[in-house]
Design a protein around this ligand. Sequence first.
Ligand code: SF4
Length: 286
Amino acid sequence: MTGREPAVVRREDLRADCSACFGLCCVALPFARSADFARDKPAGRACGHLRDDFGCGIHARLRDEGYRGCTVFDCFGAGQKVSQVTFGGTDWRRSPESASAMFAVFPVMRQLHELLAYAAEALELPAARPLHRELCRALARIEELTRGDADSVVRLDVNALRGEVNPLLLRASELTRARVPGRRKDHRGADLMGARLSGTNLRGASLRGALLVGADLRGADLRDADLIGADLRDADLSGADLTGALFLTQAQLNAARGDTATTLPPSLERPAHWAREGSAGGVVGA
Ligand code: SF4
């Protein structure tokens, strides 16, 4: 990859700012009636709860109203990028002729921003210092691509980009976890659905892409574990220690359960619902 200095990539730009977005996740994406969504909605049609100001009319009650799926979605700042940069601040209501292009760009931009977020995190890992030059180039290159026009973004081969960035993320993870003393478990891609892992030493483990739905991780030592892409829906993280967990996202936490004794990396917030009900809560809609 070639590119510019990555100073243009700021961590805050990789967090959803619903106030600067035209409710794109609530329009562009489809959802099917299920335990996560109270109703069906096709792609390109606005959710009935989307307000005129693009906020969510039931934001404070999403889980109670049957929209848990909305609470575990994270656009990594793609919504505001598409709204304010790609389409220059003109929304799909005022400019309906641009709506379909805007809705097509959004899911691609989300994938680009997710890659940016992981690369930016890797860049902050002290052990990954030998990779900084490559990570900086990757960041600059992807950021440049996110600033292309709608047609160029839609045409991007995101899988190819991911294939370039993933080896860097993997090496950053390995360099970091190599500093963890003792034997590190490798559960990469493992099916650990409903597994009883309470109190287990998973420090420095690879849980990349692991299926941990409903797993009992109470009191587990997950310090410095790599959780990129791990499915943590309804996993119980009560009392678990996630200090230094790698590539853990807010959406993953929101999908899991936990409590006040769960130790989190400083960049992530304790989901509000953990205290009141012990299961998942919100990202979308101001
Ligand atoms: S966040 Fe609110 S407006 Fe958006 S899709 Fe979910 S329920 Fe609808």
